[in-house]
Design a protein around this ligand. Structure first.
Ligand SMILES: [Ca+2]
Length: 458
């Protein structure tokens, strides 16, 4: 029997699909992360189905939709987060040594969760400088920049003597700004912090304007469901949150890119450690984000959670030379939920019926047929931002179209949105009411009803 691979999942907080070198960022340099893509497979259509922190982290770890695992928002659902059917529980049964290092943020407590032999996390969002960490159940105050501390801890774990194959879930706090989140999901924003050595990196670099960065009046003509939210966004209370992170400015994009420099150094350190041990090609490495982000597209910034491409598309790349040819690309519709079943299968197990994602192994070997043709996106309105009121949606995306149903915004879906992504990749023109799209809309509505019911699970 072949040796079971080691497993390394690297998760970046809030990283957009295009926020690393190989993902197409115009100036950010991430040679080590790019190495994962260049020597592995880059998924160009990978998605988060509930694109905010806690729900999607739970989806990655369980392979389930938020409808099923129940972590539907960032409210402190601590108890639920202690009993997730996490894939690490299955890996332990399959003979793995398991570790979590970094952000957990499903529930605000940073104490160990079931499924891990080694545990490092922190309460809530943690702090970018001098974090207070929970290491195997004990809180310790550490000095320094969190990304550097996490990189060292991850390398230290890899360098240990391991009697078994291991699985490390390595979840950075970067590129999230400092924020304090209360139990009810409301929060106070403090801002981005860059490592001192990177603080001037990328000064004067420009992220080019995209066609969907439009004035508010243009946006609400096509997206009438947004009229109230975009109006409320101008209030003093809203501006205080947005100004703390330079929302909508080049400086925000630059600060995040500079934060990624420390992350990329860490990926380089992990490569070095694996190569030194002769374990690199015996390790599957996943690299992804937990949700997207907006740089002004559709009038949005840190709202993340919405179904437009910048919110739902994941940076998603995998290196595993035993199964994946270097430099591969995939356009199949994949989900973060597909990671858990892939890893369970690679570890020699069989994903249980409760797992809703699908193993990516056929795609690794270049197979394209028989794959899903549509995905569900789901979001439950919460109170993190004072300008977002009642914006619950259910949405379906196929290879060509996207339909967004605003659950609480209109009686008969008259404020809903429909985009033809082939003709309109920037989602500027809402064709929901166009007679030419009547049949498409009816088909998407049927598909959405089916996916919504399926997501609840067995
Ligand atoms: Ca996040």
């Amino acid at each position: 029997m072949a040796t079971k691979p080691n497993i390394l999942v690297i998760l970046i907080d809030d990283l957009r699909y295009d926020e690393f070198g190989a993902g197409g960022h115009p100036y950010m340099k991430t040679p080590n992360i790019d190495r994962i893509a260049n020597e592995g497979m880059l998924f160009e259509r990978a998605f988060h189905t509930t694109p905010i922190c806690s729900p999607n982290r739970a989806s990655i770890l369980t392979g389930q939709y938020a409808s099923r695992h129940g972590i539907i928002d960032n409210v402190a659902r601590d108890q639920a987060s202690h009993r997730l059917p996490n894939y690490h529980l299955e890996l332990q049964r399959l003979g793995y040594e398991t570790a979590h290092i970094g952000k957990w943020h499903m529930g605000n407590d940073g104490k160990p969760r079931p499924g891990y032999d080694y545990w490092v996390a922190y309460d809530g969002h943690g702090r970018l400088n001098d974090p207070r960490l929970n290491e195997n159940g004990t809180y310790v105050q550490r000095q320094g920049y969190i990304t550097d501390i996490m990189n060292e801890m991850a390398v230290e774990f890899l360098n240990r003597k391991h009697a078994k194959p291991w699985s490390l879930f390595f979840a950075h706090k970067a590129v999230h700004p400092d924020a304090e989140q209360a139990a009810d999901g409301t929060f106070k924003m403090d801002g981005y912090v860059v490592a001192e050595r990177h603080k001037d990196l990328y000064r004067n670099c420009v992220f080019p304007k995209k066609p969907n960065m439009l004035p508010e009046a243009e946006i609400v003509k096509q997206k009438p469901a947004w009229a109230e939210a975009l109006e409320l966004k101008k209030s003093k209370e809203s501006r205080a949150l947005l100004d703390a992170i330079h929302a909508g400015e080049q400086e925000e994009i630059r600060l995040r890119a500079a934060m990624m420099a420390s992350v990329d150094e860490g990926v380089g350190m992990l490569f070095d450690a694996l190569e030194a041990k002769g374990e690199l090609d015996n390790t599957i490495i996943f690299f992804l984000g937990d949700n997207g982000y907006f740089f002004g597209e559709h009038g949005l910034g840190p709202e993340r959670r919405f179904a437009y491409e910048e919110g739902i598309r994941a940076p998603f790349t995998v290196r595993y030379p035993r199964r994946i040819k270097a430099g591969s690309r995939s356009k199949n519709l994949v989900l973060c939920q597909d990671i858990a079943p892939t890893l369970i299968q690679l570890a020699g197990g069989k994903p249980g019926q409760h797992v809703q994602g699908r193993s990516l192994l056929p795609l690794f070997s270049g197979k394209r047929g028989g794959w899903r043709k549509s995905i569900l996106l789901e979001y439950w309105a919460e109170n993190a931002y004072p300008w977002l009121v009642g914006m619950t949606y259910k949405s379906v995306r196929t290879e060509r179209h996207k339909y967004i149903h605003w659950v609480n915004r209109s009686r008969n879906g008259e404020l809903d949105e429909l985009y033809d992504l082939d003709k309109d990749p920037y989602e500027i023109t809402n064709v929901n009411k166009r007679p030419a799209y009547r049949a498409v809309r009816a088909r998407l509505q049927r598909e959405l009803r089916k996916l919504t019911a399926d997501a609840l699970g067995l």
